[in-house]
Write a protein of this length. Structure first.
Ligand code: G1P
Length: 287
């Protein structure tokens, strides 16, 4: 059974400067919740209660967000604002651990920081920039594949060939609909070197064997320790499966993707969707 999720949140968020100069990009709001909360809610839906955040400098706001806010709670109780109280206490039955990545040496290095806390179990890795449609559980499908194969599973999505250099890209054999046996992978290839347009998306189920490869790894693309390189090396000892996601995914880690994420959720928010639709129509008719 998978009981732990690792959430690397040490990234600098340079695409959102100056907004991220002093506060984490994971705390940027999508309507009334920060990006990171969408990731935590997605994970808790599959019954995982233990969260390991790999943090860096200027990430204290994430710890505070998942901490009890006693003073605020008292005020809300006094004011009879039960609904708001529920909103800030969504995490009470969950456990959070925070580990500092000593230097920003890449995603692979961040995952390696979780090693002392993982022991022998498989675990989930969530990159919170990739926001999923909350009505569909990509993780549940991936856990089903893991239970069947006991091998690592990676989420995939077809992306336009012009965008392959933004992702880890795989070569693989389709075994079933939406289900691949991975044969090779390369981190952020040039378009001309990409073996396919199947991109790795920020949901992974990993087994502890990955740590042995991460420990030995030399810096790769961008001078960073790349998870994709460790997974590629791991292919020599275990099959790795790819699961092509069926739901909508937004990249909230860049400006336009972030805006699309907000619009997606705003159009589905019962409180504002009607007014928002009206507003959008008005705006579009003016141009
Ligand atoms: C990371 C991974 C990359 C993957 C991507 C998905 O890159 O290294 O393989 O395709 O996440 O979002 P990043 O976007 O953190 O640079």
């Amino acid at each position: 059974m998978i009981t732990k999720a690792v959430l690397p949140v040490a990234g600098l968020g340079t695409r959102f400067l100056p907004a991220t100069k002093a506060s984490p990009k994971e705390m940027l709001p999508i309507l009334d919740k920060p990006i990171i909360q969408y990731a935590v809610e997605e994970v808790q839906k599959v019954g995982i209660k233990d969260f390991i955040f790999i943090t860096g400098k200027h990430k204290r706001a994430i710890e505070d967000h998942f901490d009890k806010a006693t003073e605020l709670e008292e005020r809300l109780i006094k004011a009879g604002k039960q609904e708001l109280l529920k909103k800030i206490n969504f995490f009470e039955h969950l456990n959070f651990a925070f580990i500092r990545q000593k230097e920003p040496k890449g995603l692979g290095d961040a995952i390696l920081c979780a090693k002392p806390f993982i022991h022998e179990e498989a675990f989930v890795v969530i990159l919170s920039d990739d926001v999923m449609d909350p009505d569909y559980s990509v993780l549940k499908d991936m856990i089903d594949i893991y239970e069947e194969t006991k091998s690592p599973v990676i989420a995939l999505e077809e992306v336009p060939f012009d965008e392959v250099s933004r992702y880890g890209i795989i070569a693989g054999k389709k075994i079933r609909e939406d289900y691949y046996l991975i044969e090779d992978m390369i981190e952020k290839p040039e378009k001309s070197r990409a073996p396919s347009n199947l991109a790795i998306i920020g949901r992974y189920i990993l087994t502890p064997s990955i740590f042995r490869y991460l420990e030995k790894l030399q810096p790769g693309k961008g001078g960073e320790i790349q998870l994709t390189d460790a997974l590629r090396a791991l292919l020599s000892e275990t099959p790795i499966y790819g699961y092509k996601i069926k739901c909508q995914r937004y990249d909230a880690g860049e400006k336009f993707g972030y805006l699309k994420t907000i619009i997606y959720f705003a159009l589905r928010d019962p409180e504002i969707s009607d007014d928002f639709r009206k507003f959008l129509k008005e705006q579009l008719s003016c141009i």
